[in-house]
Ligand binder design. Structure first.
Ligand code: DGL
Length: 287
């Protein structure tokens, strides 16, 4: 096992000769949230092939036990492994917080979302006060706070779990005109606003889809950090650092797998990726 100079939540084990520059990037999440990472990957590296898995039949993960989340994450990881991916991104704050990457038998690179988001937040904050929102499992794990204080011991970190946000996003209850979404956001975030933070980590990859609603409550002075988006940026650096960027000249292929209805996935994925002209969507089972 090798640790990247960039961070502790990266492992690289026995990169086999099957893995080449033009192998795909694998991305997984409990549902649609990880598409916020895919969007950034596509923006930065349009020539890369991407295989995505959204475990929509079992979403949400964030309300489940550590054992269940770990079991699901290993199945997600193994599903992507069959494509010989050169890098796997756990584009899920919950999995990144709960699952020890050493338990994954990675054949390529691996990253979660915690370190990328934390580095961006530390870079952004001016007053050293950082808020973290995420699923209950993520906040319970203390993963973001721990890493922030490891790198910036003087930082004041305020955490809040927002368990209703994932079902809202998965069901398309998004946007400023959506009353349930705006009311729940006010309920969760107004106490955080009062702490005087200048930076907020959206520690669950679903949350950037309601960044407008979150931003309205937090106000203009608070910089919002997308854990999915930052993981996408971090991934491109990782590939560059390991000389694994694709040299393909044509546009990369994006294949999206989901474990529940393909039609529902397509309907809601539009909020994340816009029109899905160049993506193929397929159903799959994991058990
Ligand atoms: N996108 C996942 C995360 O970042 C959602 C978790 C869930 O399914 O509850 O945490």
């Amino acid at each position: 096992m090798k640790q990247s100079p960039m961070g502790i939540d990266i492992i690289m084990t026995n990169t086999t000769e099957n893995i080449t520059k033009n192998s795909a990037i694998g991305v997984f999440d409990s549902g649609l949230g990880g598409l916020t990472a895919v969007r950034e990957l596509q923006r930065l590296m349009p020539h890369e092939n991407i295989v995505y898995l959204g475990d929509t039949a079992r979403v949400p993960y964030g309300t489940k036990s550590r054992e269940t989340i770990t079991k699901y994450a290993l199945q997600d990881f193994d599903f992507l492994k069959q494509f010989g991916v050169k890098l796997t991104i756990a584009a899920c704050g919950t999995v990144s917080s709960v699952v020890d990457p050493a338990t994954l038998e990675a054949e390529g690179l691996y990253t979660g979302v915690i370190r990328p988001a934390v580095l961006a937040a530390i870079n952004a904050t001016k007053n050293g006060k950082i808020a973290v929102i995420g699923t209950s499992a993520t906040i319970r794990s203390g993963s973001y706070k721990r890493l922030i204080n490891e790198i910036m011991p003087e930082a004041e970190v305020y955490e809040k779990d927002c368990p209703m946000f994932v079902p809202l996003v998965e069901n398309g209850f998004v946007g400023r005109d959506n009353l349930p979404c705006t009311m729940i956001a006010r309920e969760y975030l107004e106490p955080l606003k009062k702490t005087g933070v200048d930076t907020l980590i959206m520690g669950c990859t679903h949350y950037p889809i309601i960044a407008d609603v979150i931003g309205d409550v937090m106000g203009d002075g608070v910089k919002l950090i997308s854990s999915g988006g930052e993981a996408g940026r971090y991934a491109s650096e990782l590939l560059r650092e390991n000389n694994l960027l694709s040299d393909r000249e044509t546009e990369g292929k994006v294949t999206l797998y989901c474990t529940d209805s393909v039609e529902l996935f397509r309907e809601n994925a539009v909020h994340f990726l816009g029109e899905l002209d160049n993506a193929e969507i397929k159903g799959c089972t994991l058990e």
